[in-house]
Design a protein around this ligand. Structure first.
Ligand SMILES: [Zn+2]
Length: 148
């Protein structure tokens, strides 16, 4: 069995990976138009300004979309089935990730459910993954405040 692939940081993404290693989800925000964005890049995708800065996101997100994968990519043979998801960060940007701490079933994975980031060590990097938000752990917005 092959090992899971490990992302290779680049100069543009290094602050993101440094944040993950420190247990923080760091993304960028444009200082001119104010819009937060992800993935890392030196130019604002909304207004093309180069006046951008890193900041630490809350780590809170909601489940935007997902697939349940039964045919593992190399290195993921022991992980199937697993959820490959897109989450929407509280700050707005969407991020592709894995869902942890829940069964990979449609019953457990409810769209818009509140999630909280955690970090999974793989090789020399830590990867952001998302699990169910728990009251008291996620800070200001426990799940019950978002019930509708
Ligand atoms: Zn901008």
């Amino acid at each position: 069995m092959t090992a899971k692939p490990v992302p290779v940081p680049t100069p543009e993404t290094q602050p993101f990976w440094d944040g993950c290693a420190a247990g923080e989800l760091r993304i960028q925000r444009c200082a001119d138009c104010g819009r937060p964005y992800f993935y890392p890049r030196p130019v604002c995708p909304a207004c093309s300004s180069r006046n951008v800065a890193w900041f630490t996101a809350s780590g809170r997100a909601t489940l935007y979309s997902y697939v349940i994968n039964y045919r593992p990519a190399p290195g993921f043979e022991d992980a199937t089935p697993y959820a490959i998801a897109v989450v929407e960060l509280e700050e707005g940007p969407r991020m592709m990730t894995n869902i942890v701490g829940l069964p990979a079933t449609p019953e457990a994975l409810v769209l818009d459910m509140p999630l909280q980031v955690s970090f999974e060590r793989r090789g020399d990097v830590s990867l952001p993954v998302f699990g169910p938000a728990e009251a008291g752990r996620a800070g200001e917005a426990p799940a019950k405040d978002r019930a509708r």
